[in-house]
Design a protein around this ligand. Structure first.
Ligand code: ATP
Length: 368
């Protein structure tokens, strides 16, 4: 990672940061360029040098230019970056022969071992949410569980011995549980100091039982953080009934995928639900929602989720990078809060603002 502070010349100009940009499909063509504008504005206000954007082929356009939705040259280029913004991909729109195998987003997570999917759900000011006051983070293990397309070194964990029998192999390892548990407890220590371990150890005794046990062991190393646990079905019910009581939830891949869509919607809209996928060395901003082909190309998509995902990315990069990145992250979050809190809303939140108008307003708020 570029560390602009590690110079012997105090007056030397700050080194610029390089970030990848993968536009993708559907509303990605609208919200990814909008996010780039917002990040540029925030970094400028924070006093940082211009971001060097590295635009990489990805999605349907990459099928045309490179013969694959996730070309090898894109993966190679990502290897040289410590952060990037990933637009949504719409596999369903690809020709048949590009639809099998690992989905592009999953393939990137697997290639760079982005083991932590961090998905906050926070009710934004002024948003009428099913669960007002929700402010939680789901920490989802991202590499194993029942995700058959990525939980094997070779081949797939899902197979059919006969046309009428389908099997899926779930994988839970101590090493993966340990690192995701540390991610969750580290995060909780900086928040309201509570972790809920979500599992189904009454039925999936060995697999999610191992997940639960390792989380308990890791939790014991964080005496300032309280820990409790819930079966995933009970967690779903409690999130709907009283979502504001939760701080950090840590869970395995499939449970986290489902629960985080639920919490995104409970907090307001999937259109406001951000996420990053991270390893110790790399991070990828990716909105929790998909390509939304039903509204693509109409300038109505809510770009908030990707704006806030990009802010999470900047904050993460600031941990070992220049501090202007953290200032820029805060500028994005504050501007979004002020715009949404002031009543500006895209259609998914009951408003009439276009993607462009919303983006312009956020950029104006960043500058003010
Ligand atoms: P995927 O499988 O890739 O997650 P999906 O079709 O299941 O895709 P989305 O693409 O997230 O799910 O869309 C679900 C619904 O939410 C659609 O009606 C879509 O229009 C809406 N939606 C998703 N993202 C946004 C957004 N950013 N702004 C407004 N509406 C959105």
């Amino acid at each position: 990672m570029t560390d602009a502070t590690a110079t012997t010349e105090p007056s030397a100009p700050l080194a610029h940061h390089r970030l990848g940009l993968l536009v993708g499909d559907g509303i990605g063509r609208e919200i990814v360029p909008a996010t780039r504008r917002v990040v540029d504005a925030a970094v400028a206000v924070a006093g940082g040098p211009d971001i060097e954007w590295v635009t990489l082929p990805f999605g349907a356009e990459a099928i045309v230019t490179d013969g694959a939705p996730l070309p090898e040259r894109t993966l190679d280029a990502l290897g040289d970056l410590d952060g990037w913004i990933l637009g949504p991909h719409d596999n369903a729109s690809y020709p048949d022969r590009y639809r099998g195998g690992t989905a592009p987003g999953g393939a990137i997570r697997k290639r760079f071992d982005l083991y932590a999917n961090i998905r906050p759900a926070r009710t934004l000011p002024g948003v009428r949410a099913t669960c007002p006051g929700m402010d939680l983070v789901i920490v989802r293990e991202n590499t194993e569980g029942l995700y058959a397309d990525r939980n094997m070194a070779v081949g797939s964990g899902e197979f059919m011995p006969t046309p009428d029998v389908a099997l899926a192999v779930g994988v839970i390892t101590r090493a993966a549980c340990e690192r995701i548990a540390h991610t969750a407890f580290d995060l909780a220590a900086r928040r309201r100091k509570h972790v809920t371990v979500v599992h189904k150890a009454n039925v999936l005794t060995l697999t999610t039982g191992l997940f639960r046990d390792v989380c308990r062991e890791v939790g014991a190393m964080y005496p300032s953080v309280t820990i409790d646990e819930l079966h995933v079905d009970a967690a779903a019910a409690l999130l709907v009934r009283d979502g504001a009581r939760f701080d950090v939830l840590v869970t395995e891949n499939l449970f986290g995928d489902i629960l985080s869509d639920l919490t995104g919607e409970l907090a307001g809209s999937l259109g406001t639900a951000p996420s990053i996928n991270a390893s110790a060395r790399k991070a990828m901003a990716q909105a929790a929602h998909g390509a939304a082909p039903d509204i693509a190309g109409r300038d109505v998509a809510n770009p908030t989720a990707l704006f806030l995902s990009a802010a999470m990315l900047l904050e993460r990069l600031a941990v070992s990078g220049p501090s202007y990145l953290a200032d820029a992250a805060r500028a994005v979050e504050s501007a979004v809060d002020r715009c949404v809190g002031g009543g500006l809303a895209t259609a998914d939140l009951g408003g009439t603002a276009s993607t462009t108008a919303f983006t312009d307003a956020v950029i104006e708020a960043i500058a003010s």
